[in-house]
Design a protein around this ligand. Sequence first.
Ligand SMILES: [Zn+2]
Length: 186
Amino acid sequence: MTSRLSRLAVALVATAGATLGVTVANPAPASAAMTICYNTSQAGSYAGTANQAASIWNNATVNLTLSANCGSNLRIYQITGGGSYAVRTSLGNGRVYIDTQQAAQYSPLRIMTHEIGHILGLPDNYNGNCAILMSGGSAGTSCTNPYPSTTEANRVSSLFAGTFSATDRNADIFRDSWPAALAPVS
Ligand SMILES: [Zn+2]
């Protein structure tokens, strides 16, 4: 009953607003949300991790949707050695490489969401803060947070809405986000 009343109240307010000619913010029609088809055919054991990372980004953002295996805007690769990295060919397009050796030290899901973050237009931000996804390995191997901060997520949403200019959409390669952890002291 309460929620029905609430909805009724909302409807009445909306009607009143329309009647009074209240100007509702009406942003320029955004271009259709971009569907980023990611391909996990070469992701090996990280295909499931890629799906999890896609869900995280989809839940955190608007104006884009990561969708599995509908095309190849984004290819995910499992590699061994050389370091995890991302190659952005343009906003929403590129390749992500997950190094099994780093994924044995750092959270594979954090690596995956971070590297996809580069494809979505985010630069590195090595401030050591585990709450910041793009701090990457600077937050240490104990940091397993796979979620972008609100600021990071909002920036991606804005980029895909066409806000911000140039550099974050350009082709770029992002390496060395995950420094080798020191060998454990024996
Ligand atoms: Zn990075």
